[in-house]
Design a protein around this ligand. Structure first.
Ligand SMILES: [Zn+2]
Length: 147
């Protein structure tokens, strides 16, 4: 199980290797994604809080990356953080997500991206529920729920 110490370690020392890599040009991503999905996943955008019903949906299932279909989160790790963004306390496996130190907006945060295709997902914070204590705060548009 990943904890905050692991997140800090990866953000500082580098991430695990993904199982596979998906690399496309900006034009190719634009063709595949809606304008809003492109802005969030490829330009590190943030959707408005409470813009998605996904925050309070907890049906079993898997969430994959909007861009490359890699599985990132299991619904069993989802919780209601009240933040207005879908929140998870653990990724599906340790090398699914990459951790990047983010000093934008005058804050020090840890950005989380898809380790397969570098899609921006959101940020991770150390104020999540036990036992991991992690809160992955994720844009709903960065994910696709597998049926
Ligand atoms: Zn991806």
């Amino acid at each position: 199980m990943l904890k905050w110490n692991d997140v800090v370690h990866y953000a500082q020392k580098g991430n695990l290797s993904p199982d596979r890599r998906v690399e496309k040009t900006e034009e190719e991503w634009k063709q595949q994604l809606t304008e809003e999905e492109f802005y969030i996943t490829r330009k590190k955008g943030t959707e408005r809080a409470f813009s998605s019903d996904s925050c309070t949906l907890f049906e079993p299932g898997l969430y994959s990356c909007r861009c490359c279909d890699e599985q990132l989160f299991d619904a069993s790790e989802k919780f209601d953080s009240g933040s207005g963004w879908p929140s998870f306390t653990q990724p599906i496996k340790e090398n699914a997500i990459a951790y990047i130190k983010d000093v934008s907006f005058g804050m020090v945060r840890v950005e989380v991206t898809c380790n397969t295709c570098d899609a921006h997902l959101g940020h991770v914070f150390p104020d999540g529920p036990k036992p991991s204590g992690l809160r992955y705060c994720i844009n709903a548009l960065s994910l696709v729920k597998e049926e």
